[in-house]
Design a protein around this ligand. Structure first.
Ligand code: GUN
Length: 293
């Protein structure tokens, strides 16, 4: 049976560090880190995420500014709001919750955020810095940064000689995760839905990271004995499908059987999930310190 990483505890430790940095910045400069979170439309899951982000920002001592816009908002109005937030010196971090409702061009909106306020790490300038190995100069996407903290706590900072396999190639997770692993000297494979022999490739991984959005797709025979398995999936299984009374959350990894083979594994919920918000807070305090350094 493997060691199960307690994501809530690791996230709480990150948040404590962020609070301390926030208090120090305010004491030294009078500046309070400011995080603006923008949500458009009524997607219930997105509203739950955004509320947690705003709540945690307040807990960290930040000025938390939430803009809730109706689905009827135009692309031009949304871009105008981002322009106002870019120009506001009290705002150090801007997050536009994704996905935006149908009809919006998300990429245009994201790329209109100033790179130094892009606490999601999605601007091409930040993605480019990460790709070129400049980990200090930009802002790194929150979920991969959180997953990487688990990897570093398990294996240290140098992953030389280790095979890492990332399943999933999104801009939000797979690509930045692969870049972080590569920057730490791992030998990295990015696998995805068009990959042949996914199971065989996964089974060669010392570090296996799953971000596919398919419930329990990674089975025990995909896991190398002694591997570190990081599960980034959050899938809600509806009650009627399972003949159970309540829906439940599962990851992309079949936890019980994979835990028998892995040395270290993250659970869902309570693994990578809490890290995303913690790293968002970390990026915000970093952006605020850089703006007032
Ligand atoms: N939607 C789901 N995850 C994220 C995230 O990390 N950032 C943004 N902006 N939207 C998301």
């Amino acid at each position: 049976m493997s060691k199960v990483i307690d994501g809530k505890a690791v996230a709480a430790a990150v948040v404590e560090d962020v609070k301390a940095a926030s208090v120090r910045l305010t004491a030294e400069t009078g500046v309070r880190p400011g995080l603006a979170v923008v949500i458009v439309g009524n997607d219930p899951a997105s509203h739950v995420y955004v509320s947690s982000k705003s709540r945690m920002a307040k807990e960290c001592g930040f000025a938390s500014i939430q803009h809730t816009l109706p689905e009827t908002t135009s692309q031009a109005d949304l871009e105008a709001l981002v322009a106002d937030l870019n120009a506001d010196p009290a705002v150090h971090g801007i997050l536009v919750q994704l996905p935006l409702p149908r009809g919006f061009d998300s990429d245009v909106v994201i790329q209109s955020i100033l790179p130094e306020k892009d606490v999601d790490g999605l601007h091409v300038v930040n993605a480019g810095k990460l790709m070129t190995g400049d980990l200090e100069g930009g802002l790194v996407s929150c979920t991969p940064a959180g997953a990487m903290l688990f990897v570093r706590q398990t294996h240290g900072d140098d992953l030389s000689g280790l095979n890492a396999v990332v399943i999933g190639r999104s801009n939000l997770f797979g690509k930045p995760m692969a870049a972080l692993l590569l920057a730490a000297n791992a030998t990295v494979t990015i696998a995805h839905s068009r990959t042949r022999d996914l199971a065989g490739i996964a089974a060669r991984a010392d570090i296996l990271v799953a971000a596919v959005g398919r419930p329990e797709m990674v089975r025990a025979d995909w896991v190398k004995p002694g591997a570190t398995v990081i599960d980034v999936g959050i899938n809600r299984i509806d009650a009627p499908e399972r003949g159970e009374g309540r829906s439940r959350l599962v990851g992309d990894v079949a936890f019980a059987e994979c835990a028998e083979k892995a040395a270290v594994i993250t659970p869902v919920p309570g693994g990578v999930g809490p890290m995303t918000i913690a790293m968002l807070m970390a990026n915000t305090v970093i952006a605020a310190c850089r703006a007032n350094g």
